[in-house]
Design a protein around this ligand. Structure first.
Ligand SMILES: Nc1ncnc2c1ncn2[C@@H]1O[C@H](COP(=O)(O)OP(=O)(O)OP(=O)(O)O)[C@@H](O)[C@H]1O
Ligand SMILES: CC(=O)C(=O)O
Length: 584
């Protein structure tokens, strides 16, 4: 494989400056023309169209041009053609979907937004894990509110088996804690409750009659007050608290329905006074350590202290597991900044969030949590009800499709399926819909994702100025040239940093650590690959490019940007950072 160096940007932290050197090849012209981006791109766009060059360039350039239009006023008579060009963009929708992502047929490579699938009775077999992975699952979520250690261990082993045999794909494992959930008790059979009738919740154990049921939490009576609204299953039924005794809460049914066993209860506007990590959760966390999961999704986090407590525990047992905080508790909202700062990422857990807080707050909080995570360099997942109707129907509602598109446009790293894949009738179709909608939406966003960090924040987010500068400039360079990025990482740090800047091309992250490879599956735009690093940089680069070519991820003649930066130097001195552009 021929590899010719086109341009090298390198910086040295010891001299605190960067040098941009470029040859007189046509590519270096693009490098020196950032200021002229809109006109240059329009010119390039026309040439590209008239010469029939790759669809990928068309999508990349027209999307970049649209973003440039947002920032700059029209400057020349050429702008008269805007309407026509907008039409061209709309009529080429199928090209954009394919093209912005390099035209690969494999969903796992082309799409940037990652898909988290909850595994349950519909999907907990070898065959279904394989099919979900092929349809586009990036992360398998285990919900510890259901199942037991034996059933979850079986899923973990199946995912590990898939990872061991797959050459170009990897699935991360996320253990979602049950947390201090308040649930109603068992009932011999579901009961029908009519609006206006009386119904009682009691802390006495084992009650399940037509007008009274147990609650699994002793302080329930102390936590609720007259006038509180109780929600079952996030609002499917609701009850107004009328009065209470020392062990029971008497309610009037506001919205009736069928009450089944072990239903989730929330008090509108209030979080339970239980600790975020319960005894059962600690037991499940230990199970996660023993079985090498990649992420914990911690339910009902209310403050940063609990995140520090968990992180200290993980450190004490030498476990390299990242912590995603679930934002779903009313009490977490005033502490959002400190909670997210302490964690590795956040999940917008819209189910409980929309029960503890008024439902109209959910979209606003979703946008705010994504914005906050993006500004802090943390990964962010949007969860719950994304394709809810597909639990029973083979096609989604239009509103559900828009919901996925909105999450992608807002800049989420991942979107999540819950009941759709856990116990739904159409788990594979749901993943395919999520894949297609994400891919299509991303094609309109190349280079324009809200919250994509600019040079102004360099060094503030990851507190590593030189690495951030190289991630930022590698993004600029690869966006301008329309290339993918190749990065070599032992810890995942540089791949996460690149993901933060949301480059248009795929980030091919090579790591020699399988755990790091698995973890990177959650990050937007990152295609994680495992490879043994040799002592010789050239040999490793060449091996990496050969592997990409063999997997059909790049082809001969493509250019790629190789970034060498980050916390742990590989084949460079700590004071030297590089970006190289090479032709495959
Ligand atoms: N490991 C599992 N074993 C059995 N059933 C599961 C499992 N995981 C999920 N489910 C089923 O899929 C449904 C949706 O999964 P999800 O993760 O959304 O649960 P949830 O948010 O806790 O919902 P709920 O409050 O209804 O339990 C669950 O209610 C449960 O019926
Ligand atoms: C995912 C979850 O726990 C919720 O939406 O409440």
């Amino acid at each position: 494989m021929a590899a010719s160096s086109q341009a090298i940007l390198h910086g040295s932290s010891s001299v605190h400056h960067t040098i941009l050197s470029h040859s007189s090849s046509p590519k270096s012209e693009s490098l020196s023309s950032f200021k002229l981006l809109p006109n240059k791109l329009r010119h390039h766009h026309r040439n590209t169209l008239s010469h029939g060059v790759s669809r990928r360039s068309v999508a990349h350039i027209s999307a970049a041009r649209r973003s440039a239009h947002l920032e700059l006023l029209p400057v020349s008579p050429d702008d008269d053609t805007q309407v026509e060009e907008q039409f061209e963009y709309l009529s080429g929708t199928h090209l954009l979907g394919e093209a912005a992502n390099g035209g690969w047929s494999k969903p796992i490579v082309g799409r940037k937004t990652k898909i988290v699938c909850t595994i349950g009775p519909s999907t907990d077999t070898r065959e279904m894990i394989l099919k979900l992975a092929e349809a586009g699952m990036n992360v398998a979520r285990l919900n510890m509110s259901h199942g037991d250690h034996t059933s979850h261990k079986k899923v973990i082993d199946l995912v590990k088996e898939y990872n061991a045999q797959s050459k170009d794909n990897v699935i991360a494992i996320m253990l979602d804690t049950k947390g201090p959930e308040v649930r109603s008790g068992d009932l011999p059979q579901p009961i029908n409750l009519e609006s206006g009738q009386e119904f009682t919740f009691t802390i006495k154990r084992g009650v399940g009659t037509a007008d009274c049921v147990s609650v699994n939490y002793d302080d329930f009576v102390n936590d609720v007050e007259d006038g509180d609204m109780l929600l079952v299953d996030g609002g499917m039924m609701s009850f107004l608290v009328k009065s209470k005794t020392e062990d029971s809460v008497k309610c009037e049914v506001v919205d009736g329905g069928e009450l089944k066993s072990r239903r989730h209860l929330n008090v509108r506007g209030k979080s339970a006074t239980l600790p975020s990590i319960t005894e059962k959760d600690w037991d499940d966390i230990k199970f996660g350590v023993d079985n090498g999961v990649d992420f914990y999704a911690v339910s009902f986090v209310k403050d940063a202290a609990v995140v520090h407590e968990l992180k200290n525990y993980l450190k004490s047992c030498g476990a390299d597991i990242h912590v995603i905080v679930k934002i779903e508790s009313a009490d977490s909202i005033p502490n959002l900044h400190s909670i997210i700062t302490a964690a590795d990422g956040a999940m917008v857990a819209r189910g409980d969030l929309g029960a503890e807080l008024p439902i109209e707050e959910v979209p606003l909080l979703q946008e705010e949590i994504i914005r906050l995570c993006r500004s802090m360099g943390k990964t962010v997942i949007v969860a719950t009800n994304m394709l809810e109707s597909m639990i029973v129907h083979p096609t989604p509602t239009r509103a559900e499709v828009s919901d996925i598109a909105i999450a992608v446009r807002e800049g989420a790293d991942s979107v999540m399926l819950s009941g759709e894949t856990a116990h739904g009738k159409f788990p594979l179709k749901a993943v395919k819909v999520m894949h297609t909608v994400s891919l299509r939406t991303e094609a309109t966003l190349v280079g324009t994702i809200p919250g994509a960090q600019t040079s102004h924040s360099l060094g503030r987010v990851f507190k590593n100025h030189m690495s951030e500068m190289f991630a930022f400039h590698a993004t600029m360079m690869s966006n301008t040239l329309g290339t993918s990025i190749v990065v070599f990482t032992r810890t995942g740090f540089m791949a996460i940093l690149l993901s933060h800047y949301r480059p248009s091309g795929t980030i091919f992250a090579f790591t020699n650590d399988k755990r790091v490879q698995q973890r990177l599956a959650l990050y937007q735009g990152v295609c994680p690959l495992h490879m043994k690093f040799s002592d010789d940089a050239e040999e490793t680069f060449s091996k990496a490019l050969t592997l990409l070519q063999k997997q059909g991820m790049v082809k001969e003649g493509d250019e790629i940007a190789i970034v060498q930066s980050g916390k742990q130097p590989i084949w460079r001195s700590p004071s030297t950072h590089n970006i190289q552009v090479r032709k495959v």
